[in-house]
Write a protein that binds this ligand. Structure first.
Ligand code: ADP
Ligand code: ZN
Length: 683
């Protein structure tokens, strides 16, 4: 286990014996190998060919003995008096140097290809030797390679054992260093952040999230002064659920609570509980709570609780995930089981509270839900301020400007932008981080890395330029489309080109807004059609987006006259696996029909707008081809003020007018009052 202090050997007792370790065994085996290599292959046995054996050795009768081993190879012994000849000088020299006395070892070795033939040959030479009263000894031997045999069955065993140890270590999450190994499977893998931990996080690290902080501050109070709340008979809540999209600072908030209350913090992810063994999850839950109770007061944080907390048994046809359910049951039991005032508070995070089992959300368990939303403009500015503290920025950096450039970014995205911009600045060798570095970092996080050396033909480049110019032109001409920032035909990530917009932050979207956006989305393909009279596969993303938008309008938002004010959206998420539609075949057909009509209409509109502005579109595409990146200024130069700007100005003017009118009416009513007063006075 990680958090128990290791029992060290007493330091004062000198232990001179080297510690036994498995590496010694490996070392010994390696050593034996090396020695055997030397012994087996005596220094100077030289491999020769049959041709050489016959012509140089057998024919001049130099050979005294041939031993055929395992019918595999032959060892050739040369007569001692012939060894001094020049042709044997190579083996002779070696043998003189060798420790082993001459004569007991063969000088040459021949690998036999065909034993029968070789024996025949030797018979021939034997008779020839006999004729001259010499003897050529030919022996046959069977030698056993004991070492090889042993290795033959030992090696698989060693490999098997090694594999087994490896798997065991993997399963216990690399806990192999400590004691236990496999026996640790059921222990919780919670990371603990103690008071001693170096980085203490408090609320100053968390920017924005004011409402969430207020709710969470209560928990800090509970932990600090439980008496104050239990005095009147109230019960301290057991847990709170932090709900929000990923990267919005849920973990950070939980850590800050622990830091503020100065209590230990156990952190674990929902998926950590579930393992390939049955029953492990439940036992890990038990262990986690046991540890937590020992360290109370403390905070237990379970990230991504939906991994175990998903509603139970909603899905009979796919077979229930028993292991996950057991884990969840154990969690519920533990939460009920421990005393309310034991000082353990459980915080859990999820981005989908709707799919959690209702039993988890019952009073007495996670009875509080704290919503952590994506940051708005001011919150983003605050988050930038937190993360820019450690970064050397130029004095001109305006956090408000950065916050404006990053709509829809989460806290984690912003942290990432700050870090990325510092890296970009470092790469170009700058002394401090400039505005452009930030903009590059933002682009990179939205669109991925620039790929300037992707191979694109001139023809393709032209198509891309006209496509992107189409998007840009239409969004320029529609008052509800998002305002354009820049257009580029530098490939980035998977996209070949892109038009960047600055989305307005709105809470509700009207039909006109969606339609205008859809029209701009289809503008790419429309432009291809108008200018080349053919279409390409480059519009895949656009079409996907438009289609999804159209379906959402009709089946979720009730924006179609024909289907009516009906929504088939299921916010409980409980029909996730079911394949049946909540509407009839007839309605399905109608929906498809409506979607098709909707998209067609917007496409025609796009074609219409582009045809009317063909000159400008062409100019824009040409400028794009020349400069690769163009900004809203370029568009203004070509087309004049954008409809969006005109519309915004109109609204402003109207508001000013209204104010003026209000003031006038105020004056008038005052006059009237005065008059009335006067009249009353008179009467
Ligand atoms: P979540 O748990 O919601 O997925 P995290 O808490 O892990 O998100 O956030 C990841 C990182 O993003 C944090 O470590 C922090 O650097 C940054 N971050 C997110 N939200 C904020 C915030 N409100 N203020 C400051 N930093 C934030
Ligand atoms: Zn496009």
């Amino acid at each position: 286990m990680n958090n128990e202090p290791k029992k060290n050997n007493p330091v004062n007792k000198p232990s001179k014996k080297p510690k036994f370790s498995f590496y010694w065994v490996y070392g010994a085996i390696a050593l034996i190998f090396i020695i055997l290599q030397f012994v087996n292959y005596a220094p100077s046995t030289k491999e020769i060919s049959l041709f050489k054996l016959e012509n140089d050795m057998l024919k001049p009768h130099d050979v005294s003995k041939i031993v055929i081993v395992n019918r595999d190879f032959a060892e050739i012994y040369i007569k001692k008096d012939r060894l001094s000849q020049d042709k044997y000088s190579d083996v002779n020299k070696n043998q003189n140097n060798s420790f082993i006395s001459q004569g007991d070892i063969p000088q040459y070795k021949y690998s036999i290809l065909s034993p029968e033939k070789f024996e025949e040959e030797l018979n021939k030479y034997q008779t020839e030797y006999d004729k001259q009263n010499e003897t050529l000894v030919v022996k046959s031997e069977q030698r056993k390679d004991i070492f090889g045999d042993i290795l033959g069955w030992l090696l698989p065993v060693i490999i098997f054992v090694g594999l087994w140890i490896f798997i065991m270590r993997k399963m216990t999450g690399g806990a192999g260093g400590g004691a236990g190994g496999i026996f640790n499977v059921g222990k919780s893998k919670a990371k603990i952040f103690d008071k001693e931990s170096k980085t203490k996080i408090d609320f100053s690290f968390v920017a924005g999230l004011e409402e969430a902080k207020i709710e969470v501050k209560e928990i800090v109070d509970f932990l600090k002064e439980p008496k104050k709340y239990t005095r009147l008979g109230g019960k301290i809540p057991k847990g709170a659920l932090l709900v929000g999209p990923p990267g919005t600072g849920k973990t950070l908030l939980a850590k800050a609570v622990a830091g503020e209350a100065n209590v230990p913090f156990f952190s674990m992810s929902g998926s950590d509980f579930v393992e390939m063994f049955v029953g492990v999850g439940a036992s890990r839950v038990r262990d986690l709570f046991k540890q937590a109770k020992e360290k109370s007061p403390c905070i237990v944080f379970i990230d991504e609780i939906d991994a175990i907390g998903r509603a139970r048994g909603k899905n009979p046809n796919m077979g229930a995930n028993d292991e996950r359910e057991n884990t969840l049951n154990q969690l519920l039991t533990e939460m009920d089981g421990f005393d309310t005032n034991s000082g353990v508070i459980i915080l859990a995070a999820t981005n989908r509270a709707d799919i959690l089992d209702k039993a988890l959300l019952r009073a007495g368990r996670f009875d509080r839900q704290i919503y952590v939303e994506l940051p708005d403009l001011n919150e983003r500015e605050a988050i930038f301020k937190v993360h820019l503290k450690d970064i050397k920025t130029s004095k001109t950096i305006d956090t408000k400007f950065l916050a404006k450039q990053t709509p829809g970014f989460s806290g984690a995205d912003i942290a990432n932008v700050c870090n990325e911009s510092a890296l970009i600045a470092a790469r170009r060798g700058g002394k401090e981080v400039e505005k452009q570095d930030f903009l590059d970092a933002i682009d990179r996080i939205i669109g991925g890395l620039e790929k300037r050396n992707k191979i694109i033909t001139i023809e393709e480049k032209k198509t891309i330029a006209f496509h992107e110019a189409g998007h840009a032109t239409i969004s320029w001409m529609l008052k509800y489309a998002h305002p354009l920032v820049k257009v580029t035909i530098v490939p980035r990530g998977k996209a070949l080109g892109a038009a960047w917009y600055l989305p307005e932050e709105r809470q509700i979207t009207t039909t006109e807004q969606i339609l205008d956006e859809m029209c701009a989305t289809l503008g790419g393909r429309a432009s291809e059609l108008i200018n080349f009279n053919k279409i390409s596969t480059g519009a895949l993303n656009d079409l996907e987006k438009a289609t999804k938008q159209a379906y959402a309008m009709i089946v979720y938002y009730g924006m179609s006259d024909k289907i009516g004010n009906i929504s088939f959206y299921d916010s409980t998420g409980q029909n996730e696996y079911s394949f049946t539609k909540p509407y009839s075949e007839k309605t399905a057909e109608e929906i498809d029909d409506e979607v098709k009509k909707l998209i067609e209409k917007q496409f025609d509109r796009a074609v219409d707008i582009l045809s009317k502005n063909k000159e400008g579109l062409k100019k824009l595409a040409e400028r794009l081809l020349a400069k690769e990146v163009i900004y809203s200024d370029d568009l203004e130069e070509i087309f004049g003020k954008s409809q969006y700007d005109i519309y915004k100005e109109e609204i402003q003017q109207k508001e000013q007018q209204k104010e003026q009118e209000n003031k006038n009416t105020d004056i008038k009513t005052n006059d009237k009052n005065n008059k009335d007063n006067n009249t009353t006075n008179i009467t």
